[in-house]
Design a protein around this ligand. Structure first.
Ligand code: 6R9
Length: 655
């Protein structure tokens, strides 16, 4: 792993206090109240979490130990039994929320559907019974490869209801990427759809599933359940493939939620790491339920009349925690939108806000930068008065984008919560509480109560204010990942031993560089490992390099990120070719296509540079730092003495 000098050049002086009107009605009303909660949690984390678990969630049976911490393995609410689908559905049915909208869904072509809690409960129960009919049992893994339609959430909740472990694979991933994940997680069944709408075109999801399963390459998959969405013709394989609507016709809506052990696996979600293949991040039931519940409630300041919209895809952790589980556990109304801003309808997000009177809007900096580019006339032409709170997630937000969001969308009235967290953390870790914490554009501000975040050096010592270091967490929290699926050792190595434990004290290493300013505010600068953040999506350089090298013309490849106005980072690939292969623009295009084929469109390199050789250390490691500078068009600075062959660099510079 490279150890770049971490420095932050950003010095932002602006401070925005929450408006009194907002604070008065907020869940957490003042900085003092936040500090009290923070201090209380710090003094006795177990008591803090236990009290919340008790008051906020339904348990079939109470736990006997709050935390069993055998570093780096944590168990929360030991021997408690719970079901997150029960907490998201059943418990609301005995209240007035029974007929409240749980999901409001808007399809890209303009169709829409609203499911009340009672209706959603019914559909989830039926789907769960359908899964059972196809042979899915508690503990089995189910792959979900879906467009953004209600059935994606229904399938997740149905799995949770019967204790099956879901593994959602983003619908933009290729057949190859899907197959790798289905094989790693040993999925027994895959839920998919005939297709989904994306930017006025149909994504042929079922066709990709067929490809992923062809030639028995994922032998563990016995059944495929297909939801009808786009109605284009697809192949249905006898005995393997079943239409959801056929199954649903004969299935009962009575399916009690299975009491799950608090530490039973809830889902596996794959995410890119700095080395090797994507990791299956494992989350369990009780702790994840509590953490997503309470973070949603306090950070998005949920009020019972709110319409809440998170624009993520359920294929990412943000969709899991803040479209499905967190909001529904709170009995909120969660909007789900299939579409994306596109040439034929660049203002579609603002239409959705106006149409449903969205009060809370949670999106990504890359989307905000795209909105800025498309022009403020688009939001200005809609009535956005319903908005009262804005959020961002996925990457650092540049202060100018923050200010635009504040002025043009928030009309200088809505607080902005810049939320730092990761697939691994399960839920938001560093964020303002909107009625309490004054914000500074570009800073995720302060840790959530119960999160002991710190900036440390590689020995685990806290660094002084305003000095760059590594973002770390000093105490386990309920939403933390429990392990890497099938690889406890990788879990230990990646997250807990990068900073060597001292006196039995383990630190969670997030892989981000950051600093804390004199007010204790966190400024996250980005990854310190070989992970590229393209439009808020994490991609490992290794994966893209492997994809390139799998092409017969490629000898070697090194991939780095390059700053990009819109996407945050763009992918630049340095490629050396096999003998007798000539460099050409056609080949560049072919290689780009090849990466899309292997991983998906999100991994398409913006630029491919052919080289005679790659700069390497004497021990044979590619010096990515140099390539990063080259890609960004910067002067090469710093130490190049470890470079094996200096002429390589000269050539690359000229080329
Ligand atoms: C939720 C999510 C995690 C990585 C993380 C960091 C970056 C996310 C951020 C942020 C600065 C924020 N990141 N939110 N950086 N400010 N508010 O995005 O999960 O896909 O696992 O990515 O994203 O680098 O380490 P995931």
């Amino acid at each position: 792993m490279p150890q770049p000098t971490i420095e932050s050049i950003l010095h932002e002086e602006r401070l925005f206090h929450p408006v009194a009107e907002f604070s008065q009605q907020a869940q957490i009303k003042s900085l003092e109240q936040y500090q009290q909660l923070y201090n209380k949690a710090k003094a006795d984390p177990q008591a803090f979490w236990a009290e919340l678990a008790d008051t906020e969630l339904h348990w079939f049976q109470k736990w006997d130990t709050v935390l069993d911490w055998q570093p780096p393995f944590a168990k929360w609410f030991v021997n408690g039994t719970i079901n997150i689908s029960y907490n998201c559905l059943d418990r609301h049915l005995t209240t007035w929320r029974r007929n409240k909208a749980a999901l409001i869904w808007e399809g890209e072509p303009g169709d829409s559907r609203t499911l009340t809690y009672a209706q959603l409960h019914r559909e989830v129960c039926q789907f769960a019974n359908g899964l059972k009919q196809l042979g899915v049992e508690k503990g089995d893994r189910v792959g979900i490869y879906m467009p953004m339609i209600p059935e994606a959430a229904i399938a997740m909740l149905a799995c949770a209801r019967i204790g099956a472990v879901h593994s959602v694979v983003f619908g933009g991933f290729s057949a190859e990427a899907l197959r790798d994940r289905l094989v790693d997680v040993q999925a027994k069944l895959v839920v998919t759809a005939d297709g989904g709408w994306r930017k006025d075109a149909i994504v042929p999801l079922k066709e990709q599933v067929d490809k992923a399963l062809a030639n028995n390459s994922a032998p563990n998959v016995e059944k495929v359940l297909v939801v009808r969405r786009t109605e284009q013709p697809i192949d249905m394989e006898r005995d393997r493939d079943h239409w959801w609507h056929d199954l649903q016709a004969g299935v009962s809506a009575d399916c009690p939620a299975e009491p799950m052990d608090s530490e039973d696996m809830l889902f596996v979600l794959y995410t890119s790491g700095s080395t090797g293949k994507p990791k299956g991040v494992v989350h369990t039931t009780g702790g994840y339920n509590l953490y997503t519940h309470i973070t949603t409630k306090w950070i998005f300041d949920l009020q019972d009349t709110d319409v809440y919209w998170c624009t993520a895809d359920v294929g990412w952790i943000t969709g899991h925690s803040y479209i499905v589980y967190g909001p529904l556990s709170n009995g909120a109304t969660s909007v789900m939108y299939e579409g994306a801003p596109r040439a034929s309808n660049p203002g579609c997000f603002w239409d959705v806000i106006e149409k449903y009177g969205v009060n809370i809007f949670y999106t990504a900096p890359t989307a905000i930068r795209a909105f800025i580019k498309m022009g403020e006339h688009l939001p200005n032409a809609r009535n956005l008065d319903s908005l009262r709170l804005l959020g961002t997630v996925g990457e650092p937000i540049n202060p100018e984008a923050w200010m635009w969001y504040h002025r043009i969308i928030g009309k200088e009235r809505c607080p902005i919560v810049d939320t730092w967290w990761q697939t691994e953390t399960g839920g938001i870790m560093i964020t303002p509480l909107p009625g309490a914490v004054p914000t500074k554009p570009g800073s995720a501000t302060l840790p959530f109560p119960g999160i002991l975040a710190d900036i440390v050096d590689l020995e685990g010592n806290s660094v002084p204010a305003n000095e760059g270091g590594y973002l770390a967490v000093r105490h386990p929290w309920p939403g933390m990942m429990r392990t890497v699926y099938g690889d406890r050792d990788r879990f230990r190595r990646t997250y807990w031993e990068h900073i060597p434990p001292k006196d039995g004290q383990y630190l969670y290493f997030a892989g981000d560089g950051a600093r804390q300013d004199e007010d204790g505010y966190f400024w996250v600068m980005g990854r310190v490992d070989d992970v590229i953040n393209v439009a808020g999506h994490r991609l490992g350089t290794m994966e893209i390099e492997s994809a390139l090298v799998s092409h017969p013309s490629v000898a070697e490849a090194a991939v780095v990120g390059k700053p990009d106005d819109l996407k945050g980072e763009d992918i630049v690939a340095f490629v050396t070719l096999e003998n007798n292969i000539n460099a050409s623009d056609e080949l560049k295009n072919e290689l780009k296509k090849h990466v899309v084929q292997e991983i998906g469109a999100i991994a398409r390199p913006g630029e491919i540079k052919f080289a005679d050789a790659l700069p390497k250390t004497r021990s044979g490691k590619i010096m990515r730092r140099l390539l990063r500078s080259l890609a960004a068009g910067e002067e090469i600075s710093g130490d190049t003495s470890t470079l094996e062959d200096r002429s390589v660099l000269e050539k690359l510079r000229e080329g």
